[in-house]
Design a protein around this ligand. Structure first.
Ligand code: SAM
Length: 308
């Protein structure tokens, strides 16, 4: 008897049956995907992590002053928690909560965070921030700082991003703030190289999604039959990542199947690049009336502090 498709992964089957097929970028992140992403952040072509870290280091004092001391840092898509280390130190946080979908990788990162900050209360919440999720009841309600670095907001189209930002307002309350990293429009060659590195790590990251999805929905993808494609779509102001069938491919999963002709693609990621004024306008539409922006000298990346 065939097992039914787990209902929480119905969106994967639905996306695979669309034309063009899609898989949501949250499925990049099993333990291997998270480790590959960490490797990407160290690549010479991948400027966002380096640039965001440099902005936060350069403006640490101004940011600490604007945020105020002693709050609770709630980091969404925490990954390896590296960026939170400097932030928690600089604002003398009194509580830290890491939220991430990639359980094993986050638990290890949080263990490292606990070792580095033995006196700081720390929680790890395994959750998909695009669906209903909740903080543990004991997390202090006052002075919350939602921290969403890495330009992950770029994975959502502007209406979805606005909805997600509005939902963050609910988490931080009226006296809290949001500190968010956003990647900015820049030279196309710089953007393309950041998502298609010479060493092929981003290609491995993209293909790994097929192994992850195969486990989740009982599919028989063979990642070796798929090519990594990444390019800047200027009309939409976004990097697109796709997996392209290198040959005709038949894929089956629990309760479904699809034929992909050679050259057909699965759209795996969008990463929207903003002009800083457009992002501030998006924050306004999401109910954040006050904003402060810090950027690097080349204006490649912005870190924005926003309050309701
Ligand atoms: C681009 S990485 C950024 C990691 C880290 N914050 C940084 O700035 O380097 C995105 C992170 O968000 C997590 N993530 C992706 N989609 C998510 C979702 N829907 N809910 C919760 N976490 C998610 C991934 O597991 C990953 O750790």
């Amino acid at each position: 008897m065939t097992q039914p498709l787990p209902p929480e992964f119905l969106d994967i089957a639905t996306g695979l049956l669309q034309t063009p097929a899609t898989i949501a970028p949250k499925y990049f992140y099993d333990a291997r995907g998270s480790a590959l992403f960490e490797e990407i952040t160290r690549l010479p072509e991948y400027y966002p992590t380096r640039t965001e870290n440099a902005i936060m280091a350069t403006h640490a004092q101004a940011m600490a002053q604007a945020i105020g001391p002693g709050g609770t840092v709630i980091e969404l898509g925490a990954g390896n928690c590296q960026k939170a280390r400097a932030l928690c130190e600089c604002i003398q946080a009194r509580h830290y909560v890491a939220v991430d979908i990639s359980e094993a990788f986050m638990r290890e990162a949080v263990a490292g965070m606990r070792a580095a900050f033995p006196a700081l209360p720390i929680d790890a919440v395994v959750a998909d921030i695009t669906t209903g999720w909740a903080l543990p009841a004991h997390v202090p309600k006052g002075q919350r700082l939602v921290f969403y670095p890495g330009s992950s907001i770029g994975n959502f189209d502007p209406p979805q991003a606005q909805a997600l930002l509005s939902s963050m307002r609910g988490v931080l309350g009226m006296e809290g703030a949001l500190l968010i990293g956003v990647d900015l429009v820049k030279d196309t060659a710089v953007l393309n190289a950041a998502y298609d590195d010479a060493a092929g790590v981003t290609a491995a990251f993209n293909r790994n999604m097929l192994d992850h999805v195969s486990r989740l929905i009982g599919a028989d993808f063979d990642a070796r039959q798929w090519l990594h494609r990444a390019f800047f779509n200027a009309a939409q102001s976004r990097i697109e990542m796709h997996l392209e069938a290198a040959q005709d491919v038949d894929v089956t999963w629990l309760g479904g199947a699809r034929h992909f002709a050679q050259g057909e693609r699965i759209h795996t990621e969008n990463s929207y690049k903003y002009r800083v004024n457009d992002f501030v306008a998006l924050l306004r539409q999401a109910g954040f009336a006050q904003t402060q922006v810090w950027m690097d000298a080349q204006q490649w990346f912005a870190v924005v502090l926003a309050r309701p």
